[in-house]
Ligand binder design. Structure first.
Ligand SMILES: [Zn+2]
Ligand SMILES: [Zn+2]
Length: 170
């Protein structure tokens, strides 16, 4: 795990990004200016006869504009990424912790319920009281909680369908 207090970006990168943020838009403006200046005479109705060839300015302006956009993207993109990291990471961490805590509690409750279910085992068919699986008589109403085999008199659990000693139907 990374130290959350440790900044994502080093000071050097920070100043580089600041530089990009400034120089990027400037390059975009210069590039657009050069392109417009280079292309403008082509659309000018006043341009008759031999014109000073300014079209090369457009060729210079284009890559400058692209570089400007690229640097702006680096500068502002980095800021955006950092912002997202700072704003969303704690939220994500919190929800993860919440989720983990909830799941742990859920699993604990489930295992408790399962354990209790195993422990309580049988319900008295007469009064509904719960008993240990090995209880022979209901502690609340005194009725037998087992089945006696009619053939061999073996004591079977209440949910047994066949005698565990002789196999007779109960
Ligand atoms: Zn009972
Ligand atoms: Zn039997």
């Amino acid at each position: 795990m990374k130290d959350p207090k440790k900044p994502f970006i080093t000071k050097q990168h920070e100043s580089l990004r600041r530089f990009f943020k400034v120089i990027g838009p400037i390059l975009v403006l210069i590039g657009i200016f050069l392109m417009v200046k280079g292309v403008a005479p082509l659309f000018s109705p006043m341009s008759f006869g031999p014109e000073p060839n300014t079209f090369y300015l457009a060729f210079i302006g284009m890559p400058i504009t692209f570089v400007g956009f690229f640097l702006s993207g680096l500068g502002y993109g980095g800021k955006l990424a950092k912002y997202q990291a700072r704003e969303y990471t704690p939220v994500a961490k919190d929800s993860f912790n919440y989720f983990t805590k909830e799941s742990q509690e859920g699993i604990r409750n489930l295992s408790t319920a399962m354990r209790e279910g195993n422990e309580t085992g049988y319900t008295c068919p007469n009064c509904g009281a719960t008993h240990q699986p090995d209880s022979k008589y209901c502690t609340q109403c005194g009725k037998p909680l087992y089945k006696s085999c009619t053939s061999c008199n073996e004591t079977n659990t209440r949910d047994a369908i066949y005698c565990d000693n002789c196999g007779s139907s109960l």
